[in-house]
Design a protein around this ligand. Structure first.
Ligand SMILES: Nc1ncnc2c1ncn2[C@@H]1O[C@H](COP(=O)(O)OP(=O)(O)OP(=O)(O)O)[C@@H](O)[C@H]1O
Length: 292
């Protein structure tokens, strides 16, 4: 079922006398339980799109609906505040440096799910388990964690209020190559367990291939190509081809080992909806992959 509809979205910024079209008529949709990867060069409008969907910015015109509810500031004062969460490139954008992990994770539970202190405390352990972090880390502050651990805490924080849609804006870009694969695997595992829908913004084509079910390629605020993962292996648009050509050439098997991606059980891949232009689940690039 389509959960997200983006219709003719425009975002303009006035810069002096000029008008910059950060988004210039973007339309897209996302079926529940799937990942829409948004790729494109720097400045193409990816983050602007994610910020509007996440209710962090308002569009100049156009609409975004989530399960039929129009996304606007008012909607984000209601249930959408719980249902849509974000993960950013820098975990420190989501984590308060002064707070211990347990405070960071308990806050959305207390505020958005109205849990008691003891309920929230138990749930903090469950969230740490879900992102494969030792429970003892609950007593640490962000500075006492590695970059990968910080990003796992940021993901746990996004999961805390039990969202339906997570907007991930370059969540692996600040991490070492070896850690990226672990985070991608974690996100895929969480998606399968919780039927999460993702908007995954990235300039990293390998990561996009690893996580995407559907892809949009953006340039100058417009979609220049869209489709299933094959957009990233057999692009038809010259801009997408140039984007892919800019990626250092590694053969696909080496890329997968590079990212340390693990196979998920077949059932973990969301069902292919009827009529969706994407590869069947068995064609997922990592289904046949075993960890190196
Ligand atoms: N607050 C703002 N004021 C003016 N221009 C802005 C503002 N925010 C973004 N822009 C411009 O809008 C365009 C799209 O920016 P956006 O951050 O969405 O691109 P992006 O594809 O996410 O880039 P990157 O990968 O570098 O983050 C850029 O030209 C950017 O300079």
């Amino acid at each position: 079922m389509t959960m997200l509809e983006i219709c003719d979205l425009r975002k303009e910024y006035r810069t002096g006398r000029a008008t910059l079209h950060a988004l210039d008529g973007v339309s897209a949709s996302l079926v529940a339980g799937r990942t829409l990867a948004v790729v494109g060069e720097s400045g193409s409008g990816k983050s602007t799109l994610g910020s509007i969907v996440a209710g962090l910015e308002t569009a100049t015109s156009g609409t975004v609906t989530i399960d039929g509810t129009t996304v606007d500031r008012r909607a984000f004062r209601g249930p959408l505040r719980r249902r849509v969460q974000t993960v950013f490139q820098s975990p420190l954008q989501s984590l308060n440096a002064k707070f211990r992990v347990e405070t960071t994770l308990a806050e959305p539970l207390r505020v958005l799910l109205r849990m008691s202190r003891s309920e929230a405390s138990t749930r903090v352990d469950e969230l740490l388990d879900a992102v494969h972090l030792p429970r003892e880390l609950r007593h640490r502050r962000p500075a006492e964690l590695s970059g990968g651990q910080q990003q796992r805490v940021a993901i746990a924080r996004a999961l805390a209020p039990d969202p339906d849609l997570v907007v991930l804006d370059e969540p692996t870009s600040g991490l070492d190559q070896s850690i990226r694969g672990h985070i991608v695997n974690l996100l895929r595992e969480l998606q399968a367990e919780r039927q999460l829908s993702y908007i995954f913004i990235t300039h990293d084509i390998d990561v996009a291939q690893a996580i995407a079910h559907d892809v949009i390629v953006m340039q100058h605020g417009r979609i220049v190509e869209e489709g299933g993962r094959e957009v990233l292996t057999a692009p038809t648009d010259p801009y997408t081809r140039r984007l892919l050509d800019a990626v250092p050439t590694l053969d696909p098997a080496r890329r997968r080992r590079h990212l340390r991606l693990e196979a998920l059980p077949a059932a973990a891949v969301p069902d292919t909806p009827v009529g969706a232009a994407i590869n069947p689940p068995s064609a997922h690039p990592f289904d046949e992959e075993t960890a190196p």
